[in-house]
Design a protein around this ligand. Structure first.
Ligand code: FES
Length: 188
C-alpha cells in the first residue's frame, strides 16, 4: 500500500520556515514604512543646517570682493561690504550684508584682508585717516595698519582672512567670523 501525503500534511511539516518568512517580510515592510518619512522628514528639518554657504561663495568658500585697481600700493585700507545669502533657522535671505572687510595693498602689491569686526565685542572698526589706524567706536580699541592692537582693550589683533588675487585683478576673500572676546582666533 502506497502512503500519500496530503497538502495539509506538507504545510504542517514546514511551519517554522513559513513563519520566519512572514515575519521577515513584515519587518522589511515596516522598516521601509518607517524609513521613508524619517528620510524626507529629517531632510526637511536638517535642511537649514545643511545649507550654510553664501550664494556668492565659490566651491572653495571664497567670495569676490573687488578689483585691485581700487587699491593704491602703500595706500590707505578700504572697507568693503560682504554680501551673500544669510540664513536663520528656516529662512534664507538672499543678497544681504553678512559682514565687512578691510583690504590694503602693500608696496609690493600684496593684498591683506581683515575682518572689520572688532575682536573685543564685535562692533565694526573704522579706519581713521588722521590717526592712520583702525579705531573701534564702541570702547576705543585701536589697531595699526598691520592689524596689531595698539592698546590693551582688545584681546587680540584684527582677524586676517585668506585672500587670493585671481585673473590678475580680482580680489577674492574667504570670509569668516571669529569669536569675540578671546585671545585665540576661533572661527564661529
Ligand atoms: S567692541 Fe570694539 S572696543 Fe569694544
Amino acid at each position: 500500500m502506497t502512503e500519500t501525503h496530503s497538502p495539509d500534511a506538507t504545510e504542517q511539516a514546514n511551519p517554522p520556515r513559513r513563519n520566519f518568512l512572514v515575519k521577515f517580510a513584515a519587518v522589511l515592510v515596516g522598516g521601509v514604512i518607517t524609513a521613508v518619512p524619517l528620510v524626507f522628514g529629517g531632510g526637511f528639518f536638517l535642511n537649514p543646517l545643511l545649507k550654510k554657504k553664501s550664494s556668492d561663495e565659490d566651491s572653495d568658500g571664497f567670495t569676490f570682493i573687488g578689483s585691485t585697481n581700487s587699491l593704491l600700493p602703500g595706500g590707505p585700507p578700504r572697507s568693503y561690504k560682504v554680501t551673500g545669502a544669510k540664513q536663520d533657522a528656516w529662512t534664507t535671505y538672499a543678497e544681504t550684508a553678512i559682514g565687512a572687510v578691510y583690504l590694503k595693498m602693500d608696496e609690493d602689491r600684496s593684498v591683506t584682508a581683515f575682518n572689520a569686526s572688532c575682536p573685543h565685542l564685535g562692533c565694526t572698526v573704522n579706519y581713521k585717516t588722521d590717526a592712520n589706524a583702525f579705531i573701534c567706536p564702541c570702547h576705543d580699541s585701536s589697531f595699526n595698519l598691520d592689524g596689531e592692537r595698539s592698546n590693551e582693550i582688545p584681546p587680540r589683533g584684527l582677524d586676517t582672512l585668506n585672500v587670493e588675487v585671481r585673473n590678475d585683478n580680482e580680489i577674492w576673500v574667504k570670509f569668516e567670523n571669529f569669536r569675540a572676546g578671546t585671545a585665540e582666533k576661533i572661527p564661529v
